[in-house]
Write a protein that binds this ligand. Structure first.
Ligand code: PGA
Length: 252
């Protein structure tokens, strides 16, 4: 049985005054059976970790939004997996489409980052997903297969790697695939993972859906049998909306 995961991707948003949003949410969701993860900008990881240690009974996790392939060295402006771990993170988002497109990150690089993250005991959330053009040309499953094969490291299943299926055209647009489309892609990913890692080990990998998840569409998405949770951008900036999404995940 895979524990369901609600992950918040704050992207380049959030200042120290937003710490309250996280501690409030952690308080409201104290008894949730859903695993809750915040991936704030790097500047907030340590303050959030400190604020959460003052709360009893919370199991809210913190993650980074990227890490370097190298453990340390002359890489101005980058952040290492060990630094994330050192300031309280246990997860890291890798290969988000905003990094694939905005920073020209390729599958091979993402795989190398994931390997480094695993070496420093960070759980990578590896993002994959097709562009609108790929979808129009019926290339979705091919693209997702290629990304899966090339950016997920061997041994990923043993270490509990998470995969987030995020159609690029659904990110921040308010558009979402139909439930059938989500089902088809998730089922396809699950089969590929079973084939590569073996059905027992492959089953450990959690599959998130991401792209315009909000309280009003969360329930039908979470009813998809192969969806183990969500990676939420815009709606996670509002603690009430994110809390409603967590509730939907816990009750479906
Ligand atoms: P969105 O972003 O929920 O704002 O569409 C999701 C993501 O980019 O992870």
């Amino acid at each position: 049985m895979r524990q369901r995961l609600a992950a918040a991707n704050w992207k380049m948003n959030g200042l120290s005054r937003n710490l309250w949003d996280i501690t409030n949410l952690a308080e409201w969701q104290k008894n949730s059976l859903v695993e809750i993860l915040f991936c704030p900008p790097a500047t907030l990881i340590h303050p959030i970790a400190k604020a959460l240690t003052g709360l009893t009974g919370t199991s809210v996790q913190i993650g980074g939004q990227d890490c370097h392939t190298h453990a340390s060295g002359p890489h101005t402006g980058d952040i290492s997996a060990e630094m994330l771990r050192d300031c309280g993170a246990t997860y890291v988002i890798l290969g988000h489409s905003e990094r694939r497109h905005g920073h020209n990150e390729q599958n091979i690089l993402i795989r190398a980052k994931a390997e480094t993250a695993l070496r420093f005991n960070l759980t990578p959330i590896i993002c994959i997903g097709e562009s609108g053009e790929d979808r129009q040309h019926s290339r979705t499953l091919d693209i997702v297969t290629e990304q899966l094969e090339q950016s997920v490291p061997d041994g990923a299943a043993d270490k509990g790697v998470v995969i987030a299926y995020e159609p690029v055209w659904a990110i921040g647009t308010g558009k979402t695939p139909s439930i059938d489309q989500i089902n088809d892609v998730h089922m396809h990913i699950r089969k590929k993972l079973d084939t590569r890692f073996g059905s027992e080990t492959g089953q450990r990998i959690r599959l998130l859906y991401g792209g315009s998840v909000k309280p009003s569409n969360a329930e039908p998405i979470f009813q998809c049998p192969y969806v183990d949770g969500a990676l939420v951008g815009g709606a996670s900036l509002d603690p009430r909306k994110f809390s409603a999404i967590i509730d939907a995940l816990g009750s479906t």
